[in-house]
Design a binder for this molecule. Structure first.
Ligand code: FES
Ligand code: FE2
Length: 405
């Protein structure tokens, strides 16, 4: 972190109070539109799990910002993404949210242009061939698709950096989790009256944990100290050899997972003792999803902006088929705990957004502990082409990679 004078070097923290983003960025429709085009249309955005498209000709449709997207499996079963827009006069091609094509052709419901599953235009309905028209010039408009552990992402930017380059360190951090083998057990969608950045800012600090999350702070004792990790304490070196959870992170004594009673139901194949000791491992794939990894399950939370002052989260819980087959499997105590914490966060986010409406409030201030909030906000500045306040943004994974002391 030597490159970042704004950040402390001996512990995780800001070295001085820093200005937060302008309040108008959480309210103004024109600014919101700018974020949609500069951030959401230029980054990898989570779409769905790969197993929800079963074999060739399966398709699903999505919207990223206001852009219509078609995801399908081609004749070989490979995932392909296109704008869900006909090349003739621009009609929506697939109107349903999901389905299975009955032929290996996508036919426009308007005038019957038909495309094969690689996007080539094969037929022009009732239209006669005409001078100056070549079918080869009018394929579907492709978009980039990437898959990680069964999570499928799309990127509307043709010049986007490769998914693996951007998120490789995050992927390595949870490499032992058998993500592709897991299947969704429960889904929970919630509308939150806040700007999408408010949600990420709340996610990026634990100053609110003792107050907003009493149950979680009991399960993860370091959260009860309003910090996220050992090195968030400026004096961490003095307790470097301590392994108690309130110092080292991890779960309270006797607990093995995030659930109502703190118990895990088995463990996912492939995890090491180190993985289990962590209690939780979070990866964030900005701007659209974070995935929380535990001993016995994984929870993803997808973030979808709706307007400057509204967003939606969809949480999904993933389990190993061997575990869900057990007669004593109890999904309820896992799901209930997640919903308890997410509802607490949602209330906090709405509270924050409501206060931002104040005309007299121009912007907030970030304190020492809010280094991840700062880095998030600086990432936003960078994405928008605004001057950044740090000289770069070290990846979250590189901040984790501190010597484990
Ligand atoms: S808009 Fe699709 S065939 Fe006319
Ligand atoms: Fe929280």
């Amino acid at each position: 972190m030597d490159d970042y004078p704004v950040l402390e070097t001996e512990f995780n923290g800001l070295s001085r109070a820093m200005p937060a983003l302008p309040a108008a960025w959480y309210l103004d429709p024109a600014h919101h539109a700018r974020e949609m085009s500069q951030i959401w249309m230029r980054n990898w955005v989570y779409l769905c799990r790969a197993e929800t498209l079963e074999g060739p000709k399966a398709f699903r449709t999505f919207t990223i910002a206001d852009q219509p997207i078609l995801l399908l499996r081609d004749a070989e079963g490979a995932l392909r993404g296109f704008f869900n827009t006909c090349r003739h006069r621009g009609s929506i091609l697939c109107q349903q949210a999901s389905g299975m094509l009955d032929k290996p052709l996508i036919t426009c419901p308007y005038h019957q242009w038909a495309y094969d599953l690689s996007g080539r235009l094969r037929a022009t309905g009732p239209m006669r061939p005409v001078e100056g028209f070549d079918r080869a010039d009018h394929p579907l408009l492709p978009i980039s698709v990437a898959e990680w552990g069964g999570f499928v992402f799309a990127n509307l930017d043709p010049d986007a950096e490769a998914f693996e380059t951007l998120y490789g360190a995050e992927m390595a951090y949870v490499a032992n989790w058998p993500l592709a083998d897991l299947r969704m057990g429960h889904s929970y969608t919630k509308r939150i009256n806040c700007n999408w950045k408010i949600f990420w800012e709340n996610f990026n600090e634990c100053l609110h944990c003792p107050n907003i999350h009493p149950e979680l702070s009991a399960l993860v004792p370091i959260y009860g100290r309003a910090i996220m990790a050992r090195r968030d304490d400026p004096d961490w070196a003095q307790t470097a050899s301590e392994t108690a959870a309130h110092i080292s992170g991890g779960l309270r004594a006797g607990a093995t997972s995030w659930s109502m009673d703190g118990s895990a139901q088995g463990r996912l194949p492939g995890l090491t003792e180190d993985d289990l000791d962590a209690g939780q491992r979070y990866v964030t794939l900005m701007p659209s999803i974070f995935v929380a990894h535990h001993a016995d399950y994984v929870r993803s939370v997808q973030i979808t902006p709706i307007s400057p002052v509204e967003m939606e989260i969809t949480a999904e819980w993933f389990f190993h088929p061997e575990m869900t087959a057990r007669p004593d499997f109890d999904m309820g105590k896992i799901v209930d705990f997640g919903i308890l914490v997410m509802d607490q966060d949602a209330d906090a986010c709405e509270m924050n957004q409501a206060g931002l409406q104040s005309r007299a409030f121009e912007r907030g201030v970030l304190m020492q502990e809010e280094y991840e909030v700062f880095l998030f906000q600086d990432w936003i500045r960078g994405q928008l082409g605004e001057p950044k306040l740090s000289q770069g943004v070290a990846s979250r994974a590189s901040r984790r990679a501190k010597p484990k002391a």
